[in-house]
Design a protein around this ligand. Structure first.
Ligand SMILES: NC(=O)c1ccc[n+]([C@@H]2O[C@H](COP(=O)([O-])OP(=O)(O)OC[C@H]3O[C@@H](n4cnc5c(N)ncnc54)[C@H](OP(=O)(O)O)[C@@H]3O)[C@@H](O)[C@H]2O)c1
Length: 253
């Protein structure tokens, strides 16, 4: 039996690749032999990450893309197709957060959080989905959050956006499953990354969160690597429309 975690010859697009959760996932795909197409906001971070992945022998291309801009997303996907002629896997890590009391939230802030988490994910799914439908194969892994399933104060845009990512992915699983495309979600819990810097500064809040994390630790930044590669792999061939909670058990407390 072929090793299902051998990604040699597979083309993987990662949006938000150079973010704190994206970096270790990108490197793991490179180690597993994949050819990579990386995008995000900041070119320097992409250049550095692309250099790190090159030593594993696969091909890598990258581009600075505003994933909220449909034209830029289309151009990027066209560039990937020109280079690799196919797209096997899309991993959508793009996201962002503003934490503040709902009563103080400005409409522009609310719209930005919705766009960067839900619209960007959707635009990438649509542009890549067209290619995957034509080739009759694809794996999509979208990043949601525990916040998409739980009431958390100060998240009036992030929570609905991440709930939207789950609903979007379920819909695509049903609509695109007949075309050989599996669409699934990773839902991370609380990780020790700059994304949570504000919360990590508040020991009482961290203690409250840890009371709901039975494994007793805030997740490390590489906690999502295995689950993401699994959903992208042939081992997950028959998993479609599912959400994997990677949260130390937060969801069942
Ligand atoms: N960290 C956590 O505890 C946690 C928990 C639950 C869910 N999540 C979700 O997991 C995903 C990754 O989180 P993370 O911790 O790695 O966050 P991060 O470090 O902030 O990474 C987010 C990525 O999205 C990119 N991005 C943001 N806006 C963009 C835009 N308009 N166009 C293109 N790229 C854009 C950023 O680009 P740059 O690299 O150029 O800045 C960055 O690479 C996110 O969807 C987040 O919501 C994270």
């Amino acid at each position: 039996m072929k090793n299902p975690f051998d990604f040699s010859g597979k083309t993987v697009i990662l949006t938000g690749a150079a973010g704190d959760l994206g970096r270790p996932i990108t490197i793991a795909f490179a180690q597993a032999g994949a050819d990579l197409a990386l995008c995000g906001r900041t070119e320097e971070k992409l250049v550095k990450l692309a250099q790190e992945t090159k030593r594993f022998g696969g091909q890598v291309i990258y581009s600075q893309v505003d994933l909220c801009n449909p034209k830029e997303v289309d151009n990027f996907v066209n560039m990937v197709c020109d280079r690799y002629k196919k797209i096997d896997i899309l991993v959508n890590l793009v996201g962002g957060i503003i934490r503040k009391p709902s009563i103080d939230y400005q409409l522009e802030e609310w719209q930005w959080v919705m766009d960067v988490n839900l619209k960007a994910c959707w635009l990438a799914c649509q542009a890549v989905g067209k290619v995957m439908i034509n080739q009759k194969f694809g794996r999509i892994v979208n990043f949601s959050s525990n916040a998409g399933m739980h009431g958390i104060p100060g998240y009036p845009a992030y929570s609905p956006a991440k709930a939207g990512v789950i609903a979007l992915t379920r819909g695509l699983a049903v609509e695109w499953g007949p075309h050989g495309i599996c669409s699934n979600v990773i839902s991370p819990g609380f990780t020790k990354t700059p994304f949570n810097a504000e919360v990590l500064k508040d020991p009482k809040r961290v203690e409250r969160i840890l009371m709901r994390m039975p494994l007793g630790q805030v997740l490390p930044d590489d906690a999502l690597v295995g689950p993401t590669l699994f959903l992208a792999s042939d081992a997950a061939r028959w998993i479609n429309g599912h959400t994997i909670n990677v949260d130390s058990g937060f969801n069942v407390t």
